[in-house]
Design a protein around this ligand. Structure first.
Ligand code: AMP
Length: 181
């Protein structure tokens, strides 16, 4: 428990706040100091791995683009494959799409139609859970392809944006929680 606490603290201390990026009023949580440091990157993946090796995960679904970093390392640890949720227009084969509202306008994400085996037990992963719009769209796509979403995992959660409630009843796990902006 103590080890877990200090692991979280080390990761939290490495995350860099960038004010007003990508636009005024947003505090961007920059995870590059974690992935650039071999020990910290391994620590983050180990925390996820220790949790999910007991949950019979059969496939990782990772969200464009920073979800790919943690998702692929975790898939390697768990011995699963990795399916990708990409921004519209990036995937070459047949796709299904889901759109969600942003503060201004909408966003669309896509998956390949054959990227999930029906019945597969899926873990969705991304770096940040903010409003939950992106992860909810990922849940919609996985279910449309017949997958079973076991849980959604994030390096960090901005809990003041209530993404967890939007994702419910899909269980959420985050290593680090920010309760205020
Ligand atoms: P949302 O759909 O609002 O939950 O936003 C989640 C997606 O946007 C994730 O793919 C994140 O990488 C990115 N994101 C949202 N807010 C932030 C933030 N404050 N810092 C870094 N990334 C963010």
């Amino acid at each position: 428990m103590q080890i877990m606490h200090s692991a979280k603290e080390r990761l939290r201390r490495a995350i860099r706040d960038i004010q007003d990026f990508p636009r005024a009023g947003v505090v961007f949580k920059d995870i590059t100091p974690i992935i650039e440091d071999g020990q910290l990157f391994r620590l983050a993946v180990t925390v996820f791995g220790d949790l999910y090796k007991r949950k019979s995960i059969e496939q990782i679904v990772a969200i464009d683009a920073r979800g790919f970093l943690f998702g692929s390392a975790l898939a390697y640890v768990l011995g699963t494959g990795i399916s990708v949720v990409r921004k519209k227009g990036k995937l070459p084969y047949k796709t299904i799409a889901a759109s969600y509202d942003l503060e201004y306008g909408t966003n669309t994400v896509e998956m390949h139609t054959d990227s999930i085996i029906p019945g597969q037990r899926v873990l969705i992963i991304d770096d940040v859970l903010a409003t939950g719009g992106t992860a909810t769209a990922a849940v919609t796509l996985v279910r449309q392809l017949g997958g079973q979403v076991v849980e959604a995992a994030f390096l960090m959660e901005l809990s003041f944006l209530h993404g967890r409630e939007k994702l419910a009843p899909v269980p959420c796990y985050s290593i680090i929680n920010y309760q205020t902006p």
